[in-house]
Design a protein around this ligand. Structure first.
Ligand code: AMP
Ligand code: MG
Length: 358
């Protein structure tokens, strides 16, 4: 996934984390003048973030990037699910039935997580960090060798760790269920990019694209030069579709096919169905467009879990207006409003299943 301008040669990077790539500032009208674009990059949660701005100067972008670098560093530390920081301290306390203090830096994520949990009927459940860890995803490297302990996974699933077990009182957090372990991996990027957008706005920037490995927030845009993104074919290195973003829209994709572990030749994805404790296995990617990065990010994860049968109901409940899912049999599930604005590639040969409106 890569932000790029119209002169870039290769729009697809093999190591891209997800299904979307920005085609950057491609002018709609071929004759439209392209404004100066300034770019910078930094990292959040180990993912490269590329910021492209227009209508401003290089010094302002440098200023914004410096501010974001320190904020992102703190997020990386205090929101980390398995490395020392505030979240790990909280997880350790909850596991032994103790309450713990919670800072204003972490508390809003818990509040947001509780609301996304309810909106998604519990399919988005950042309290299942224990399960994510049990499947081997609490490691920087892909887990190799040892098999996950299925008996332990079943036992943990039966305890139903959930955001409903979590209680906030002032600056104290507690849980009535000791199996609750937070893992913000399903929406932290959305929260981080929403914050990046705020910082850019504070510095007077009004047009920007912030791309973190395919999850994208935009600020402004549109006009003669809309931000354009591509939806990748999950099984090959081409595009199945492109899409112009309206000003301020954000796009998030949950993908099964990049982060997985392989056991006896079977691939297990990092998105876990909280009802079964098992990794999601049919949906290859779920892409959501929304106005808020955190909600779109959480929804993309929830729709991956919901799958072909239930995605439409969950999207509706979460207030999502545009969604597209791709499964491993080459079927695309899409709502009419998304279908109306997406441009499928000429050699596109997936089966399209159009849902009722959202
Ligand atoms: P995303 O790529 O946004 O779908 O996030 C995937 C990450 O979310 C995983 O690597 C886990 O850290 C976490 N996760 C896995 N399953 C769930 C779930 N059902 N609800 C919330 N977070 C999850
Ligand atoms: Mg997500």
């Amino acid at each position: 996934m890569k932000a790029m301008n119209s002169t870039a040669q290769n729009p697809i990077r093999r190591n891209s984390a997800i299904a979307l790539l920005t085609l950057g500032l491609m002018a709609c009208g071929q004759d439209a003048p392209v404004e100066d674009i300034y770019k910078s990059s930094l990292y959040v949660f180990g993912t490269k973030v590329e910021i492209s701005v227009r209508g401003t100067d290089a010094a302002t972008l440098t200023d914004a990037t410096t501010r974001l670098e320190s904020e992102f560093k703190r997020m990386h530390k205090d929101w980390h699910a398995w490395k020392p920081g505030e979240l790990v301290d909280i997880n350790q306390a909850l596991a032994v039935g103790q309450s713990h203090s919670i800072s204003p830096f972490v508390k809003p994520l818990i509040v947001r997580a509780k609301s996304l949990y309810e909106l998604s009927d519990g399919l988005f459940n950042p309290a299942i960090g224990g399960l994510v860890g049990a499947w081997g995803f609490h490691a920087d490297e892909k887990p190799q060798g040892h098999k996950p302990d299925l008996a332990a996974i079943r036992a943990l699933t039966a305890k139903h760790p959930s955001m409903r077990d979590v209680h906030l009182e002032g600056d104290t957090i507690s849980s009535t269920n000791p199996t609750v372990q937070f893992d913000f991996g399903g929406f932290a990027k959305g929260v981080a990019l929403d914050r990046a957008e705020e910082v850019l706005k504070e510095l007077g920037i009004s047009q920007a694209l912030i791309n973190a490995g395919g999850d994208i927030n935009t600020l402004g845009g549109g006009g003669a030069q809309p931000w354009q993104v591509g939806i990748r074919d999950p099984k090959a290195w081409g595009l199945i579709a492109t899409l112009d973003l309206l000003p301020g829209e954000n796009v998030y994709t949950s993908g099964n096919y990049e982060r997985f572990r392989e056991i006896d030749g079977v691939r297990y994805a990092h998105i876990i169905d909280p009802r079964t404790g098992m990794p999601v296995d049919h949906i290859v990617s779920a892409t959501v467009i929304g106005d808020n990065g955190a909600i779109a990010d959480g929804a993309a994860t929830a729709l991956s879990v919901a799958g072909p049968q239930d995605w439409h109901r969950i999207a509706k409940k979460m207030g999502i207006k545009f969604a597209v899912l791709v499964d491993d049999a080459g079927t695309v599930y899409i709502n009419p409003a998304m279908k109306a604005r997406i441009k499928f590639a000429p050699d596109f040969n997936f089966t399209i299943v159009e849902s009722p409106p959202l």
